[in-house]
Design a protein around this ligand. Structure first.
Ligand SMILES: [Zn+2]
Length: 166
């Protein structure tokens, strides 16, 4: 139901269609978000990473720091939103795309909504804590959502983390 709102089915994408270019850009930024997630992993944190892009520039990045900071609000998105607001000198991120490796929780979706983020792209779904089930209206009504970009890589990183902790 909430599948790829902005995406066109593979079969309908003609060659050189801008949509496929967009996908290449999405993959590039999600790769950077994965690098952020890897930083979290190296610090013993649940590996989630986030990159915020405005007009082709990275204006914020962050990774999960809840253990390091002993702060339940220190999710990757919260770090990146704060960084982006500082970079841009304003709290509204209405020309920004947020790339995050895991579906945002209700708290982060709320923050993404308050910031009026233009577009959200996430990798792996979070069936337990993800906002799409718990708070589907948390985002700004105009926010475009896309998911599944590098989903397997994003999910595998989390799976590995939880396996090694058992
Ligand atoms: Zn969160």
């Amino acid at each position: 139901m909430e599948d790829n709102i902005t995406a066109i089915p593979e079969s309908q994408v003609p060659p050189h269609n801008p949509v496929s270019d967009t996908n290449q850009i999405d993959i590039r930024y999600m790769t950077l978000a994965l690098q952020e997630a890897n930083k979290a992993l190296q610090e013993g944190e649940i590996p989630v990473g986030c990159i915020i892009v405005s007009d082709g520039h990275i204006v914020g990045r962050g990774h999960n720091l809840t253990e390091t900071l002993q702060d339940v609000t220190a999710h990757a998105e919260m770090q990146a939103l704060t960084a982006a607001a500082q970079t841009l000198g304003g709290k509204y991120l209405n020309d920004c795309t947020v790339y995050v490796t895991l579906e945002p929780c209700v708290m982060c979706a709320g923050a993404i909504g308050w910031a009026q983020v233009k577009r959200l792209v996430y990798g792996a779904p979070d069936p337990k804590r993800g906002f799409t089930h718990l708070a589907p209206n948390a985002l700004h009504p105009k926010c475009l959502i896309q998911h599944g970009i590098l989903q397997d890589e994003c999910a595998q990183l989390l799976k590995n983390f939880f396996q090694t902790r058992r």
